[in-house]
Design a protein around this ligand. Sequence first.
Ligand code: COA
Length: 264
Amino acid sequence: MIENTFAPGLLRDRTAFVTGGGTGITGGIARALAQAGARVALVSRRMEHLEPMAKTIMDDGGEALATAADVRHPEEIERALNETIERFGKLDIVVNGAAGNFLCPAEELSPNGFGTVIDIDLKGTFNVCRAAFEHLKREGGCILNISATLQLLGTPLQLHASAAKAGVDTLTRGLAVEWGRYGIRTNAIAPGPIADTEGFARLVPAPVRDKLQRRIPLNRLGRINDIAQSAVFLCSDAASFINGAVLVVDGGHWLAANNLMSAE
Ligand code: COA
């Protein structure tokens, strides 16, 4: 059970569209939004990733819809959004969590490998925002992009993802300025190392995990719920004047990257 630190019903009568929402960080966000009262559409490429989380949300007493769509294909997003509106009546919250990543040295990265991550993370985020705009502007709403901290430094083996997430930060700021007048707030969360995810298991080699933890000023790895609760806050009226923020949720990890006094 995800520990919910907010008042029940904080997001009652809101509808959320969460890409990548079946597993990992975005699965946790979807569940936390539902626990706060939102109806949630879970969207990613494969139904088998979505159905277990949809069932979990419904078992919790929430409302969920699972619909398969690839953020690289605008027509699939359009269809998934229409299905969401047909089922739930309106759209209030969009969470752009669909992402692809792998470790690869720049000199071995193929143009298609680089482009595939840009297509999913950056262009996919734009595709979803663009398609959601007409729905969000009706009553106002919010967009929450999932960024990273990779791009704040020169992170090795992550050129593709860093470039994509730098673009996501730029989209966040640009849309905040352009769409604020429609009552649409656009923000991002930049998660640090989150231990209970498939990405962490695949991208952080086991031998460096202890060292990584010691380098985090709060001396622990992140948990999915750390990100999920931050997402509930940013999507709630408590954040109604927050627009264009990229909220780093990493226990102080990236700020401490240059701390020569930290334990090795
Ligand atoms: N190292 C180097 N290049 C890789 C790679 C790796 N581990 N994985 C994929 N690529 C390259 C492929 O070689 C291909 O380029 P090429 O045509 O020049 O060979 C390109 O990326 C596309 O790969 P493909 O498998 O056809 O794309 P896909 O759309 O099926 O997969 C990915 C998308 C690449 C993001 C894949 O890693 C994936 O699906 N990952 C799981 C989801 C995920 O990453 N979630 C994020 C958790 S943080």
